[in-house]
Design a protein around this ligand. Structure first.
Ligand code: TXA
Ligand code: MG
Length: 321
């Protein structure tokens, strides 16, 4: 299959994307978090095609992306008031709510679970596409299973080119890390995956404590430990580079570092931003770049800790080999 590269700037390209989706095809779309691999959520065959393209196990549930808050009633029931409080505060945006699924929802979408993940994405072109065409799309990150999530259309092509109908190029993603997932199906409410919206922000809106994710949490299929991995072995080093392995005559490494680069011929040095939001935006992209250099290892300077860095550390824990 030839994968078409469509432009988010071009209205005929976007009409074509909508037609492909309505026809049951899989189309990669930009979101404000990472690129997603979308298919019509009301068409189980179309959704099944996502699993085939990604090589993803069938019991891993998908997030359904909607064009407005009101549409959640078509996918979830009953909906607690807290869902509306969070939706009004953070949607459109990088937050996924887990709710009890509506009866008609295909088990293909939810991996057979009784719950469903819903989100109204903020990326304007995608949001407009969903709202204008009254579409709901199931969309996991647009990467082959267990690989790095793509934050550019080019990266989607690299991983899934030839396996899907089209990619809409909407430029680099704003956040660069996947949405915060909040489980509202049982109390206490809990974040299952750290993301751009923090536990403090969620708790402040609800006026009650939302529990933080547990490390290496795998309460659902799909939230697995080894995930988000580059092909090249990835290793953490101290932030001040004091424990960098000595140069090796035949080996080269890529180094993702803070501050000044060390002067060493065996290293390709990539400077990382030192604020959490910009670091998150750059992380997958720079890991993918490093991965394509053909080096023997990727070394990554340990980022700072603190709430703003939680999502970064969560992804890195799963990315190190
Ligand atoms: O930012 C994002 O969330 C991106 C963009 C494309 O929206 N999507 C994304 O999807 O990261 P995916 O499939 O790569 O990750 C979704 C995670 C998986 O770990 C899955 O297990 C979990 O959400 N999930 C989805 N539905 C669930 C459910 N009903 N119950 C528990 N976990 C669920
Ligand atoms: Mg994913």
């Amino acid at each position: 299959m030839k994968t078409q590269l469509l432009s988010a700037q071009c209205s005929t390209d976007l009409t074509q994307a909508a037609e492909l989706l309505k026809a049951g095809e899989q189309v990669a779309v930009p979101t404000e978090t990472v690129y997603g691999l979308a298919a019509d959520a009301s068409n189980p065959d179309a959704v099944a095609g996502i699993f085939t393209a990604k090589g993803r196990p069938a019991n891993h549930p998908l997030i359904v992306h909607l064009g407005d808050v009101a549409s959640i009633t078509e996918w979830a029931t009953p909906i607690p008031d807290e869902a509306y409080k969070l939706a009004n505060a953070f949607w459109p945006g990088p937050m996924t709510l887990l709710l009890p699924r509506a009866e008609h929802v295909s088990p293909v979408v939810t991996g057979g679970l009784d719950t469903i993940g819903l989100r109204v994405p903020a990326q304007p072109v995608l949001l407009d596409l969903l709202a204008t065409h009254q579409l709901a799309v199931a969309a996991p990150s647009a990467n082959p299973y267990k690989k790095l999530s793509p934050t550019t259309a080019e990266q989607v092509m690299h991983g899934l080119g030839g396996k899907i109908a089209a990619v809409i190029d909407g430029g680099p993603c704003q956040h660069g890390l996947e949405s915060t997932i909040v489980d509202l199906t049982k109390r206490p409410f809990r974040v299952l995956r750290a993301g751009p919206i923090t536990v403090s922000e969620l708790s402040a809106v609800l006026g009650e404590t939302v529990d933080a994710p547990e490390q290496h949490d795998s309460v659902v299929p799909g939230n697995v430990g080894s995930h988000y991995q580059p092909n090249t072995r990835l290793q953490m080093v101290a932030a001040d580079l004091s424990d960098l392995p000595a140069p090796h005559p035949e080996k080269r490494a890529a180094l993702l570092h803070f501050g000044e680069a060390p002067t060493r011929d065996d290293l390709v040095c990539i400077a990382m931003p030192d604020d959490a939001a910009r670091y998150g935006q750059a992380l997958y992209h720079q890991l993918a770049q490093a991965d394509q250099l053909g080096v023997d290892e990727i070394w990554l300077a340990q980022p700072p800790h603190g709430e703003a860095w939680l999502a970064v550390h969560d992804r890195l824990r799963r990315a190190v080999s």
